[in-house]
Design a protein around this ligand. Sequence first.
Ligand SMILES: Nc1ncnc2c1ncn2[C@@H]1O[C@H](COP(=O)(O)OP(=O)(O)O)[C@@H](O)[C@H]1O
Ligand SMILES: [Mg+2]
Length: 349
Amino acid sequence: MIKAKGLSKSFMQAVKEPGLKGAVKHLFLPRHIEKVAVKPLDLRIEAGETVAYVGPNGAGKSTTIKMLTGILMPSSGSISVNGINPYRKRMENAAQIGAVFGQRTQLWWDIPIAESFSLLKDIYQIPDALYRKNMDLFTEMLGMSEFIHLSARKLSLGQRMRADLAAALLHNPPILYLDEPTIGLDVSVKEKIRGFIKQINQEQQTTVMLTTHDLGDIEDLCKRLVIIDHGAIIYDGTLSEVKARFAKNRVIFFQVRSPMPELYELLEQSPGLKLTQQSSQEFSVTFDRYEYTASEVVSRVMKHGEVLDFRMEDTHIEQVIKAVYDGHLDLNEHRGARGQEPNDDSSRA
Ligand SMILES: Nc1ncnc2c1ncn2[C@@H]1O[C@H](COP(=O)(O)OP(=O)(O)O)[C@@H](O)[C@H]1O
Ligand SMILES: [Mg+2]
């Protein structure tokens, strides 16, 4: 559905010295440096996929989305979205995509939301029946009836985001781009929005690409995760794979009947195990899943005292992604050439 090859974007950034003197100097002798926002990247997204596009601030996520939606012209490379070059054929492209940018609204600021929707109906030439069907469905699912008569200006952020999402999908586009759709929203609105996106994806096979800082969005919505850092894709694969491969450390929490002074002996005999004591009868053991199995760790602890209870903590995606950003995990360690494996067409039929 979405194919990008060698896609890159550089901006010319003005270099200005501070103060009036700098401003005057810049006027006569403007200096610019080239800022590479997105390095040449390949990306392929199949119809019906939900892909999370994740990375730290300034990584190049929004720039990529803007090129894919046709808002920005790429510096190099090619894009084909459902067979259309989004920048050259902006009108045709607009008919097949919906886009929500969390930081901005596409609704008219001063007219009631309901009026904005009816303007969009005309712009996109949405047939009456489809329009009515979608309006009913979206109003119900996103709980819009309480604010549909208000202007965008008067909406809370959560209401505005729901209205924007509905606006983006009124014409049933096969592709939906979302740039930080849940930013700044409270949990209940986030859940509404996620449920809605999930349902649209399942019922209409809408292809969804979303950027987010919210790891709950990823866990809830996306099977595939693409991580970008400094303008380059550093991971492209499934969420479960990144968790399983890179979540090396596992933690088991123990509760024991009486304090266990022999624990330190255990640690001496088992290099690599790390102990964190919560109280005299509660502690956790951290271990590398490639060195020990969970049952090995449990049985070693049980040799030294009476275990009342233990539980395993699942790895949080937060920890994994943070480790990826921080460069603590060498993503190439486990795979061949960088990014080659998941981009291989045969692996994603
Ligand atoms: N219009 C622009 N002019 C100059 N630099 C820009 C422009 N838009 C983005 N950038 C720069 O490109 C980089 C990537 O930005 P962006 O794609 O917005 O990152 P993200 O969405 O991942 O936070 C940043 O360093 C940003 O400052
Ligand atoms: Mg951004």
